[in-house]
Each structure stands twice: as structure tokens, then as C-alpha cells.
Design a protein around this ligand. Structure first.
Ligand code: PLP
Ligand code: COI
Length: 366
């Protein structure tokens, strides 16, 4: 069945930020600090479906204090990036995969599903209008943040009868201010991110709110990030705050990269999925498996685990240099950025920035 096309009303009357100010923002974008000149909004109302699709100037929203999202957190989001290509054009990495994950998140939170084509079209429209904001160098990009929240007013606990979908965009430099520097991680045994049957595989706002106290605990232990363990046995490694994890076994051409299998309690990352393919393209073995904290520790001691890294849209690929738990601390291999980690990072970035051929048809060109 083809989805009826939704027509966007264009109201690009924003006073774009003067070029000099935009250039200053692009010179040191950080992460999520500056926002582009426009935003996209689409409404959904029960009985009417999706309507009032608009591109409009970026502006604050006004909200009733009894907006249901503020109370019951029917709120989901996505994160994807647009990259400047060598010929000056712009391409978005796998927007259809984000659109499908957005639909799965919506289903889990009893929200309406936005058609994949509309999600992609909304992202395209914003990037096209704000293309001056796509950085032109290296691994920098324009981070797109599609999101949806309940817009019904009322305090009854039920799925809302009105929702707002939006896309905003923000130029992105490195997610971690230190650049590609190995991070230290805290294995949280007290707090859990997600239990079977919960919302772990949905990208919903509440998952992030619930993670902050564990992130603060990690910081108290001198660590950059928290690593989540499974909720039942507290020994199977799941993922990190906003990233999936990979373990490298062995060295050189015989190496195998292994990522925790999707159990329903971790986010099925699009970077994680892409790296399974890229690693195989580079000739490495790949596997999705359960990995326990004991196995990580043992593998580290006997040298079978040679590298560990985290991956995600915002963070790209970040080496893990040290792990800590209530039961001890260990350095991952020599604590530096591993060779295979950096090879995979370069292969992914080369593909995204158009320096390598897009053999899997992942780059959506505008
Ligand atoms: N895990 C969590 C909890 C995340 O928030 C993210 C970021 O989106 C990821 C993993 C990585 O997913 P992706 O590669 O799709 O960005
Ligand atoms: C992303 O990588 O897109 C994320 O969502 C991680 C974080 C910024 C929440």
C-alpha cells in the first residue's frame, strides 16, 4: 500500500542567523549547543491522522501546563546525521532505518506511527532549507533530532488523542570534548536501565531521565560513562548511556568483533548494525552474543579481548580504556585506542563523508 503524500506548507520566513554568527557557531559547534534557522512540525489528531505539516522558523513552543507529555512522558526521539560530501552536496546516513526505529518506539509508547517516507521527507526539507549549517570539514556533521510528544491537555492516564512530530537540527563536532580519547566506564550494579518487557529497545525520553542518576554515580567513581548490565542477573553487558558496545577478540586479520545480542532491553543502534556489515567487509569475523562482566575481566587478563569500543550516532566510535565496578578496576588492553577500533572508525567516517564508495546504499543524497 502506498502512503498518501503529505504536503508541507513552507513558511521559511525566519531571519536566518547572520552568516558571521553561523560561521562562529560552525567553527566550534560542540554538541547540541546551536540550532539551525528552521524546524518542521506535523500534527496528528485522532480521527484525522497526520496534518498541518509545516517548515517554519525555529522558535520556542508554548505549552499548556497540563500537556500530557509533561506528566506521563509519551515522548520519543531519534538522532541521525547529515554529512557534507566532497562535491559540496549533502547526504543523510540511513534515515529510513531511523524512521523504522521511530515507528517501533511509537508502537511501544502507544503513539501513532509516522510513515517512513514522511519522516525522511521532513528531515530532507529541514536539511535543504538549512544546508548552510552542514559543516564542511572532516567528521563534523549536522545532527538531526526528530521527536514526537503528546499534545493533548489533560491529566487522565491514557494514550493522548493529539501528538506533535518535530525535527530540529544542530551542527555537531565531537560528542566527547576530548576528541578520540579512550573513555572510562562504570559498570552499574545498583541501577538498571531496562528490564524484560520494559521500554529498553524504544528510544523514549523516560529511558534517558532514568539513566542520569547512574551517570552521576559513574562520575563520582571518576568514570566518563555508565555501562548497563541486565536487570535480572546483573552480569550480562548490555550497552552504555547513549551508545552500544563492541568487544574485539584476537588481533590482525583473525580478529572477531562481538557486540551484545539484542535482548529486547537494549537499543538496536543503527551504528551497531552498520558496523556488523563494515567489519565483515574489512574481513573481520562478527558475532552478536551475550558477554558477561566475568568474561570481559577474564578476557582482559588472558589477552583474548584486545579492544573495547562504544558506538552511536552522536559519539561515532569511542574507545573504552578503563572499566570499573564495585569489585575492581581494570585497564582495557593498554588503555589506548585499539587498531581495529580506529580502522572501523575510519571506514565508517569515510563512508559517511563520501570519501569511500557507498556500497550498501546507505547514504541518502539530497
Ligand atoms: N544506545 C542508546 C541508549 C542510545 O541512546 C543510542 C543513540 O542513539 C545508541 C545506543 C546508539 O544508537 P545509534 O547508533 O542508532 O545512534
Ligand atoms: C544519538 O547518538 O543520537 C543519541 O541519541 C545519543 C544521545 C545524544 C542521547
Amino acid at each position: 500500500m502506498t502512503t498518501p503524500r503529505i504536503d508541507f506548507e513552507l513558511k521559511p520566513s525566519a531571519q536566518p542567523l547572520p552568516g558571521a554568527e553561523r560561521d562562529a557557531a560552525l567553527a566550534d559547534p560542540g554538541f547540541g549547543r546551536y540550532f539551525t534557522d528552521h524546524m518542521v512540525t506535523i500534527k496528528w489528531t485522532e480521527g484525522r491522522g497526520w496534518h498541518d505539516a509545516q517548515l517554519q522558523p525555529y522558535a520556542p513552543l508554548s505549552m499548556d501546563p497540563a500537556n500530557m507529555t509533561l506528566h506521563y512522558a509519551q515522548s520519543i526521539f531519534e538522532g541521525l546525521k547529515a554529512y557534507r560530501q566532497p562535491d559540496g552536496s549533502v547526504a543523510v546516513f540511513r534515515p529510513d532505518a531511523n524512521a523504522r526505529r521511530f515507528q517501533r518506539s511509537a508502537r511501544r509508547l502507544a503513539m501513532p506511527e509516522l510513515p517512513v517516507e514522511t519522516f525522511v521527507e521532513a528531515c530532507d526539507l529541514l536539511v535543504e532549507h538549512d544546508r548552510e549549517w552542514v559543516p564542511g570539514v572532516g567528521e563534523e556533521s549536522l545532527y538531526l533530532r526528530p521527536f514526537m510528544f503528546a499534545s493533548e491537555v489533560g491529566l487522565g492516564v491514557k494514550p493522548a488523542n493529539e501528538y506533535t512530530f518535530m525535527v530540529i537540527a544542530s551542527p555537531a563536532g565531537p560528542y566527547f570534548p576530548g576528541g578520540v580519547k579512550p573513555v572510562s566506564v562504570w559498570l552499574s550494579e545498583e541501577y538498571v536501565r531496562a528490564a524484560p518487557g520494559g521500554t529498553g529497545e524504544a528510544k523514549c525520553a523516560g529511558n534517558y531521565a532514568a539513566s542520569l542518576v547512574a551517570q552521576a554515580e559513574a562520575a563520582q567513581h571518576g568514570c566518563d560513562q555508565v555501562v548497563w548490565l541486565d536487570a535480572v542477573e546483573r552480569r550480562w553487558i548490555e550497552e552504555m548511556g547513549g551508545m552500544n558496545l563492541y568487544f574485539v577478540y584476537g588481533k590482525g586479520a583473525d580478529a572477531k568483533v562481538v557486540t551484545p545480542e539484542l535482548t529486547g532491553t537494549l537499543l538496536p543502534g543503527i551504528t551497531r548494525d552498520s558496523l556488523l556489515t563494515i567489519a565483515a567487509d574489512l574481513g573481520y569475523g562478527t558475532e552478536e552474543a551475550r558477554i558477561s562482566t566475568d568474561e570481559w575481566r577474564r578476557g582482559n587478563e588472558d589477552g583474548s579481548i584486545t579492544e573495547v569500543f562504544a558506538c552511536g550516532t552522536a559519539a561515532v566510535i569511542t574507545p573504552v580504556g578503563e572499566a570499573k565496578s564495585a569489585r575492581g578496576t581494570w585497564t582495557v588492553a593498554d588503555g589506548g585506542a585499539g587498531e581495529i577500533t580506529m580502522k572501523l572508525r575510519e571506514a565508517l567516517l569515510a563512508l559517511q563523508s563520501g570519501r569511500a564508495e557507498d556500497t550498501h546504499g546507505w547514504m541518502h543524497r539530497l
